[in-house]
Design a protein around this ligand. Structure first.
Ligand code: ZN
Length: 78
């Protein structure tokens, strides 16, 4: 049992993992009103994307910190 080389796992290294989040803002946008980030403490947390929760029908806003890329969901007032 010395035949280690030549062993291969078919289909193992063909596809890269797809990214779930295509883009994260890395800089503050003009007119943004950033809030303090809970994780890094910098004033860099900005509103990002909206989604509606299927169960509660609540609109949720994802906030993202442009400094440390932390994301946080908050209910969005309608
Ligand atoms: Zn942060």
């Amino acid at each position: 049992m010395t035949d280690v080389e030549g062993a291969s796992a078919p289909g193992y290294d063909t596809e890269p993992m797809p990214a779930k989040i295509p883009w994260l803002p890395a800089t503050l946008q003009p007119g943004a009103r950033p809030e303090p980030c809970r994780r890094c403490g910098r004033k860099a947390l900005i509103p990002w994307t909206l989604r509606r929760d299927d169960r509660s029908k609540q609109v949720l806003r994802t906030w993202v910190c442009t400094e440390c890329q932390t994301t946080e969901e908050r209910p969005e007032p309608e």
